[in-house]
Design a protein around this ligand. Structure first.
Ligand code: SF4
Length: 350
């Protein structure tokens, strides 16, 4: 059944620190504090005209939900809980900071029916966290994740490749630590420099060098591939496009592209495909895939197909086939056939 989110934005509410990269008013396109009545009417607005069955989830996003005053949390949770009890919605989730997770807090969330908590982790490198003015440590991410798991919550991690002080070594270490912690879900947001943030000032002063879109795609693809291989479901790559973010007076630099998710998947597929093609030099090949994988295989704007034409001398034929499982790519030469499992990064000779 399709899951549909009813987002309730609480921009910057509860934030104990202003992280250098963050401007939730621009990222979410929302201002102000919602009331309990707003929560009720949003739930009604989203659900009332939809005929088919859906899994509806209310999501408190854009701030640090568990850090807002207790009575405000309860005020917002009560109408969502009511909708959960009467069957209008089927889940409640929030995003928050790793240093705002304690047993009493989780007891309250559970009492009101919340089941998914997403932590703004960003990096597991304490130096990067300090440069980004996150105000928490990697150790606190570990503790919060363990407590959430122990209390039966579905745990999400939000990561931001490209923060100040991060290099490939730091990115690899963060990826490894997240794979060990094994949250249930992950979101990867390569850093974009947004107007009216400290990062924007650092960028203007030359104190921060932003990621190019290409570098953002490479870092996110590396993380996503590792997460998939460790059974972590990567549910989003790149910021959701909004009117504000698509305005280049608001995104000054960095790895923001509305099609970031497609670009990252293209990169993941391309890396695996080229690794195999490198070993088949000289042999003509037929590359087959399910229709739902076409854009990932041939690449966003045909980039993989064009690169392959330049890189390899042999004839390559690309074709969609109905009987191939999505996520698999079949590479045939005259003598051999290989199956690439793109999600497991495995090649099988068949
Ligand atoms: S990243 Fe989270 S904690 Fe930091 S300022 Fe933004 S909403 Fe607040």
């Amino acid at each position: 059944m399709k899951t549909s989110i009813i987002p309730i934005f609480i921009p910057h509410i509860g934030c104990l620190h202003r992280c250098v990269f963050c401007n939730q008013w621009r990222i979410t396109g929302h201002h102000g504090i919602p009331s309990a009545e707003d929560v009720t009417s949003l739930i009604q607005d989203y659900t009332k005209h939809v005929q088919e069955k859906r899994h509806w989830e209310v999501a408190f996003y854009g701030g640090s939900f568990t850090a807002i005053p207790e009575e405000m949390q309860e005020r917002l949770l009560k109408p969502a809980h009511q909708a959960l009890l009467n069957g209008t919605i089927h889940g409640i989730r929030c995003s928050t900071r790793p240093d705002c997770i304690t047993s009493p807090i989780l007891d309250r969330l559970r009492f009101y029916g919340m089941s998914i908590v997403e932590l703004g982790v960003q990096s597991m490198d304490d130096t990067v966290l300090q440069f980004s003015k996150r105000g928490h440590t990697a150790e606190q991410v570990l503790e919060a994740t363990q407590l959430l798991k122990k209390c039966g919550f579905t745990v999400g991690h939000q990561l931001m490749p490209g923060l100040p002080g991060e290099d490939w070594h730091s990115l690899r270490e963060t990826t490894l630590k997240i794979c060990e912690l094994k949250p249930d879900i992950a979101r990867i947001y390569p850093v974009a420099v947004i107007e009216n943030t400290e990062l924007a000032a650092m960028y203007r002063q030359g104190a921060y060098i932003p990621l190019s879109i290409h570098e953002g795609v490479c870092r996110a693809a590396y993380m996503k591939q590792a997460f998939i291989e460790h059974g972590i479901s990567c549910i989003r790559t790149g910021l959701q496009a909004t009117k504000d973010l698509d305005d280049d007076t608001q995104v000054l630099a960095g790895a923001y592209a509305p099609a970031m998710g497609e670009m990252v998947d293209t990169k993941r597929y391309q890396m695996q495909l080229f690794k195999l093609l490198d070993k088949l030099s000289g042999e003509s090949v037929v590359i087959s895939y399910h229709r739902s994988d076409t854009s990932r295989v041939i690449g966003y704007h045909n980039v993989t197909r064009k690169r392959a034409a330049c890189k390899y001398k042999q004839h390559i034929r690309w074709c969609e086939k109905k009987n191939i499982q999505p996520g698999n790519v079949i590479v045939q030469t005259i003598l051999r056939t290989y199956r690439l499992d793109m999600n497991a990064n495995q090649v099988y000779e068949v």
